[in-house]
Design a protein around this ligand. Structure first.
Ligand code: C6P
Length: 407
């Protein structure tokens, strides 16, 4: 499997196309990344040779398929340095992972008056599930403030927010709108001292930098395969084993029970307890191959590559008239989001598409943050391993053309 930086673009045939008469410049990686041939071929191979339902059959294909699925679980364990494969639950993605924690852990542990502490930069997926469980339990949701356009968490306010009522602190590792990299280990350490459970939304960090759950010290961590060079429909919830073992099932069905009577049922331990029904085993296998791909490149190197492109884009874009760029100027994740005075983000993105440049425009599922910053939408350029500096030239040229048109 080629996984070198030299031939990186060859591993993503989708990039070698023209869009509207221009070479495609794909800068919408925070929404979803492209998939390398090693991953799509592994999926193809699995369906061509090994496909059978897992954990249910005693025939050769089912055993092979089960081995591949459980092998993927072990691969993901190693990828995030969890202690045991039982701490890896396969889900549909970050959204489902956080809903699982909020509903299962939340229903067993939250009571009226307890506080769920989030931050103002949370994606709706790490906000709405907590609002839902708050409504059901009588818990209260509070937010760590964001400092403003520079997009940092106001850590000075944490001391007063970390009251004895706080039961859970859930925050994003990297903001999908600001690009901020939050100090995850520091936040988890402060919470842990007070016995507060921590949930890290790693959707925007998992494919872009080293993510080590033991170094971070979190209780739960959620991510999606499709944002880390893998396929859609598969994701992970990592949970500390002691917490998972004490949590009730979230969904009921086949595969998650140890026995069932007409009167009631008993559950298996994690991970089966949280994987009711036929799991998405084929995509889990593909996820394991993506872990190989990213480790082959080196996650430190990926962080450096994506961060350097984002920083250069920030510097170049900041020379454009009437631009407002969100997020920290210094170290950031691999994305930049910005707004132009008097030009709607959707117009900017439509113009960019004419130039073959794929961007995202909108609220990025961060409506409360947008409202706080007095915006309805931003344009976002987000980078990944196959992006190159000349694509920043194309981005800046396209933005300049748009501004000229609207001037
Ligand atoms: N953000 C973006 O364009 P799912 O959809 O479950 O794979 O991931 C949800 C999610 C959760 N947290 C963060 C920080 C995210 O960025 C996302 C997905 C995409 O920014 C789609 S809105």
């Amino acid at each position: 499997m080629p996984s070198t930086w030299d031939s990186i673009r060859d591993q993503f045939p989708i990039l070698a196309q023209q869009v509207n008469g221009h070479p495609l410049v794909y800068l919408d990686n925070a929404a979803t990344t492209q998939k390398p041939l090693s991953v799509t071929r592994a999926l193809d191979r699995f369906y061509a040779l090994d496909n059978a339902n897992v954990h249910r059959g005693l025939h050769a294909l089912s055993m092979r398929s089960t081995d591949a699925y459980e092998g993927a679980r072990s691969r993901v364990r190693a990828f995030i340095n969890a202690e045991a494969p039982e701490e890896i639950i396969f889900t549909r993605g970050t959204t489902e992972s956080i809903n699982l924690v909020a509903a299962s852990w939340g229903s067993a542990n939250l009571r009226k008056g307890d506080v769920i502490l989030l931050t103002e930069m949370e994606h709706h997926s790490n906000l709405v599930p907590w609002q839902l469980i708050a409504q059901r339990t009588g818990a209260i949701v509070r937010y760590v403030p964001v400092t403003g356009d520079e997009g940092l968490l106001d850590l000075a306010s944490l001391d007063s927010l970390l009251t004895p009522q706080v039961k859970v602190l859930a925050f994003t590792h990297v903001s999908n709108t600001l690009g901020t990299i939050n100090p995850a280990a520091e936040l988890c350490a402060r919470a842990r001292k007070l016995g507060i459970v921590t949930v890290v939304d790693a959707a925007q960090s998992i494919g872009h930098m080293p993510v080590d759950v033991r170094a971070i010290g979190c209780d739960f961590l959620a991510f999606s395969g499709h944002k880390m060079a893998s396929v859609t429909g598969i994701g992970v919830l990592y949970g500390r084993r002691a917490l998972l073992d004490a949590m009730p099932p979230w969904q009921g069905g086949g595969g998650m029970i140890s026995s069932v009577d007409f009167e009631g049922s008993r559950w298996k331990p994690s991970p089966e307890r949280f994987e009711a029904g036929t799991p998405n085993f084929a995509d889990a296998v593909a996820l394991g191959v993506s872990c190989d791909f990213l480790d082959g490149l080196g996650r430190d190197k990926i962080q450096h590559h994506d961060g350097a492109l984002a920083k250069e884009a920030y510097d170049r874009l900041s020379e454009l008239p009437g631009i407002r760029i969100l997020g920290p100027r210094g170290e950031r994740g691999g994305l930049v989001s910005f707004a132009f005075d008097g030009v709607h983000a959707h117009d900017v993105v439509t113009f960019a598409d004419e130039d073959g440049v794929a961007l995202r425009g909108g609220h990025h599922c961060n409506q409360p943050l947008m409202k706080k910053l007095g915006l309805t939408s931003t344009v976002r350029a987000s980078f990944y391993v196959y992006n190159v500096r000349s694509e920043i030239d194309a981005l800046v040229a396209s933005m300049a053309r748009t501004l000229k048109f609207f001037a």
